[in-house]
Write a protein that binds this ligand. Structure first.
Ligand SMILES: [Zn+2]
Length: 441
């Protein structure tokens, strides 16, 4: 492999002395050698590439043999690795930790944990995302931690803690009877994991508050409880009315922001689509009409498959039947959407399960259900970039994009599990993790 870079090496050694770089304040320059480059778009893999990074952006990408090493460039040799754009998880919860029911579960987070403790744990979660190669996340609500996500995002942007680029939704919105905590005596006031609204006026006001306090997206719960009915079908309780959702969507779109709707199926799912939501989260039980409407309206689909295959309640209990039914209908829904050409983005719901588990395990679920590894990879790179309004900025290795670059040892197009073993992570041009690169010359 090293031979392939001989011309580049020679250029590096014999490049004429140039005006010294690095007069203080000038952007650092790095050259990354990529054995194979998957640039996040639809083209074929390219071999023996060189990526020039200046400051926080990618300046140039080209054949290693014809790319001139900029004067003063640090060299990162990934010539034995597959290099790809930083990954995007479009459905995370840094303020959840896969709460163990034995330790009080979700309720204990809201009732017992001081906000500072939750914030510190969220910072650890953010770091975990970055370690695993996820350089951008859409974090879809703080679960009772208010506007904490805006603070975590700011701490990352200001360099106090390492973490991915974050798009945050703050508190999320549901209705009375539409979100935990629940099951307590009616006389006891308990905190809720989302902002509850009733009526279009309250709905619009909640959206305004959240946007005012820094929400990049609005997240709405369009279904809540679910169960298996007498006919054996999965039923989900709808929450907001179309009228309520339309007030939120209208407000968010006015701010040029988008609305993500948690919706499993049935009435709540159809209200989400009729109300004009931009992305369907989970979408466990998509009927044909919903799929057709999603194609027509260009609705994004963030299926979060893996989380529904674990942590089932005991068999034979109502909750156990529900959990098994959810997994049973989810796969066919995903396949229907895939076949129809719905725009699918990679999302995991991590936080709903522990941040110590591999986030990239979701890729295997998508591929098992018929998505090609290349398409699965695009669902976590250039496709969500478009959804997030960051096309050309993230999710691609191309000139002008942020220098968010990761690498794995093997070929993820042959085995997507390679993505569970990210060994190199650069974000904004700064190397965060490097277990792959050989030392530069
Ligand atoms: Zn979620």
């Amino acid at each position: 492999m090293r031979l392939a870079f001989l011309p580049l090496l020679i250029i590096a050694l014999f490049a004429p002395t140039e005006r010294p770089e690095g007069a203080s304040g000038e952007a650092a320059v790095t050259l990354i050698r990529a054995g194979t480059l998957l640039d996040g778009r639809s083209g074929p893999p390219r071999h023996d590439q060189a990526i020039v990074v200046r400051g926080q952006r990618i300046e140039a990408v080209g054949d290693a043999s014809s790319t001139r090493v900029p004067a003063g460039a640090a060299i990162i040799d990934l010539s034995s690795s597959t290099v790809l754009p930083g990954l995007v998880d479009s459905h995370t919860h840094v303020f959840l930790q896969g709460e163990d029911p034995k330790e009080g579960g979700y309720d204990a987070q809201l009732l017992m944990a001081p906000l500072a403790l939750r914030a510190v744990r969220a910072a650890v979660s953010a770091r975990r995302a970055l370690e695993q190669g996820f350089t951008t996340i859409r974090d879809v609500e703080t679960e009772g931690a208010g506007y904490g996500d805006v603070g975590i995002k700011e701490a990352i942007e200001k360099g106090y803690i390492p973490g991915p680029r974050m798009l945050v939704v703050t508190r999320a919105i549901s209705t009375t009877g539409g979100y935990p905590l629940e099951g307590y005596a009616p006389e006891v006031d308990v905190p809720k994991g989302a902002q509850l609204v009733d009526g279009p006026v309250e709905a619009r006001k909640a959206a305004r508050e959240q946007l005012d306090h820094g929400a990049d997206w609005i997240k709405v719960y369009m279904t809540h409880r679910s169960w298996v009915d007498a006919k054996g079908g999965l039923v989900s309780q709808p929450t907001l009315t179309v009228e309520e959702l339309k007030a939120i969507v209208d407000e968010a779109h006015g701010w040029q922001r988008k609305v993500a709707c948690h919706a499993y199926g049935g009435e709540g799912l159809h209200r989400a689509l009729d109300g004009g939501c931009d992305s369907i989260e989970h979408g466990l039980d998509l009927d044909d009409a919903a799929v057709a409407q999603m194609v027509r309206q260009g609705t994004w689909y963030c299926p979060t498959l893996g989380v529904y295959y674990e942590g089932w309640a005991p068999e034979g209990t109502p909750a156990g039947r529900r959990d098994r039914k959810r997994a049973e209908v989810h796969g066919p829904s995903f396949q229907k959407a895939l076949k129809a050409g719905v725009r699918i983005v990679f999302g995991t719901d991590v936080g709903g399960f522990s941040w110590s588990e591999p986030i990239a395990a979701e890729f295997s679920r998508m591929v098992e259900l018929g998505m090609s590894p290349a398409a699965a990879l695009r669902s976590a790179t250039s496709v969500p970039a478009e959804m997030l309004g960051l096309a050309g900025q993230v999710g691609v290795v191309a000139p002008g994009a942020y220098a968010d670059v990761v690498a794995v040892r093997g070929d993820p197009l042959k085995d997507v599990k390679e993505l569970e073993r990210v060994g190199f992570v650069m974000k904004d041009g700064v190397t965060f993790k490097n277990e792959l690169a050989k030392p530069g010359p």
